[in-house]
Write a protein that binds this ligand. Structure first.
Ligand code: GDP
Ligand code: IMO
Ligand code: MG
Length: 423
């Protein structure tokens, strides 16, 4: 009994929401530890289909409590809508959702700045989700953030907002935007805060006591390893640390309490936004993956770029996160292929190189080396037993296991909660 972490092992959208919804059935607590509503975790179960942006995907397990921990940044409007949507679907949130008062708030100027930075960078833009994520985390680390704590004392909030508007309005004006009015922002944000206030409570002791009592805690990661602010393909990354190591600070848990670290990867690769992608397919095969996999962003609806499975990336992800297990998702999307390729390693100027050897420009130049495997050309959608997988599908999964060096414990074969093989 410990805190087990779920992390995206690629560039996000690996199917974390589905796996967390499934695994939360055996959990007492599910904790989101970083990111904001740039995340979009799809859950499909008996209650319907949900795109979760902030509330942990474990909320559907009636026995589990969920916590939005200190590492998460909050768009209050999105949070209020998500709460309403879940309550309408019959999900009880009272006493089951705690929101840390340490969470920083995404303010209207953060969203505008996100857009302005992207526009200024032109072709070199990151391709953000436009939700104000980078500017909010930047204010957090430069001591300019506004936290939920600040809403408890109107004067504290007002003074902080005033200081921020003094700075931000100068930037907005210089870049041709209309300045924001203190009274409008204040009114809107207090209204929003009052709606979430019943849920605001520090969850530190809840998590600590749960772990002392040997209960099962699931830590829900967002995004994916290669969007990590330090170890991802900077500057084509997100603003938070995505790695397993970040879960301890983002959730307020000592490292000794961490148990399993489960890396979630698609059976192929996708990426939204800009940045290098060595195994990207620009041909018909890529289009087939996009369409068969419905590869359109959960948060922005943008088309996801698609490519073959990249073992070099996941091998690095396994080392830096200490993956104890791998979960492979969307195996069923490969059902129609006659041949399937796996990138085994990279070379540059005929020499073997590794992911960590360089930056984003370096990664854009490496040559992926592929191994071709036979496809199974049989329907695997919804299969729940490993023994029922076609021989070639088993060989594909085993090849991944061999190349990455981490045991595969879950194989997902469909969108629904039940479409999963546990090994
Ligand atoms: P997340 O951000 O990691 O939670 O992933 P997203 O929800 O953004 O994107 C994953 C998409 O794949 C969603 O539409 C899921 O419903 C879907 N999905 C997850 N696992 C499987 C699977 O095994 N098979 C199929 N066909 N779809 C899956
Ligand atoms: P989930 O949790 C896919 C990407 C954006 C962009 C970069 C920076 O659903 O897997 P940001 O808005 O964070 O400043 O954008 O990061 N990105 C994601 N891509 N899935 C996500 O989350 C993502 N979160 C951020 O597309 O390239
Ligand atoms: Mg997603």
């Amino acid at each position: 009994m410990a805190a087990n972490i779920i992390i995206g092992a690629q560039w996000g959208d690996e199917g974390k929401g589905k796996l967390i919804d499934y695994l939360s059935e055996a959990s007492d607590l599910v904790v989101r530890f970083h990111g904001g509503n740039n995340a979009g975790h799809t859950v499909i179960n008996q209650y319907g289909k949900f795109a979760m942006h902030l509330i942990p995907s474990g909320i559907f397990n009636k026995k589990a409590k969920t916590i939005i921990a200190n590492g998460v940044i909050l768009d209050l409007e999105v949070l209020v809508l998500e709460i309403k949507f879940l309550e309408k679907a019959g999900i009880k949130l009272k006493e089951r959702l705690l929101i840390s008062p340490r969470c920083h708030v995404i303010m209207p100027y953060h969203r505008i700045l996100d857009r302005l930075y992207e526009e200024a960078k032109g072709k070199a833009k990151t391709g953000t989700t436009g939700k104000g994520i980078g500017p909010t985390y930047a204010d957090k680390v430069s001591y300019n953030g506004i936290r939920l704590f600040d809403f408890y004392d109107k004067k504290v909030f007002r003074d902080k907002l005033q200081t921020q508007l003094l700075i931000k309005n100068k930037i907005l004006k210089a870049l041709g935007e209309k300045p924001l009015l203190q009274k409008d922002v204040e009114k809107e944000y207090f209204l929003l805060f009052n709606k979430i206030k019943p849920f605001v409570q520090e969850g530190f002791s809840v998590v600590f006591d749960a772990l002392e009592k040997k209960k099962e805690v699931l830590l829900e990661g967002a995004h994916g390893v290669f969007l990590d602010n330090d170890w991802g393909t900077y500057p084509f990354v997100t603003a938070s640390n995505v790695l397993s190591g970040a879960a301890t600070a983002g959730a307020g848990i000592a490292p000794q309490k961490i148990g399993k670290i489960i890396g979630v990867t698609k059976a192929y690769t996708t990426r939204v936004g800009q940045g290098p992608f060595p195994t990207e397919l620009f041909d018909k095969t890529g289009e087939i993956l996009t369409e068969a996999g419905h590869e359109y962003g959960t948060t922005t609806g943008r088309k996801r770029r698609c490519g073959w499975f990249d073992a070099e990336l996941i091998r690095f992800g396994a080392k830096i996160n200490g993956f104890t297990d791998l979960a492979i998702t969307k195996l069923d999307i490969l059902d129609t292929f006659k041949e399937i390729k796996i990138c085994t390693h990279y070379t540059l100027n005929n020499k073997r190189v590794n992911y960590q050897d360089g930056d984003a420009n370096f990664l854009a130049k490496v040559k992926p080396n592929f191994k071709t495997l036979k496809g199974w050309q049989k329907n695997t959608n919804g299969i729940k037993k490993y023994s029922e997988l076609p021989k070639e599908a088993k060989e594909y999964v085993k090849e991944i296991e061999k190349l990455v060096g981490v045991k595969i414990s879950y194989i997902s074969t469909g969108q629904e909660r039940e479409s999963i093989i546990t090994i």
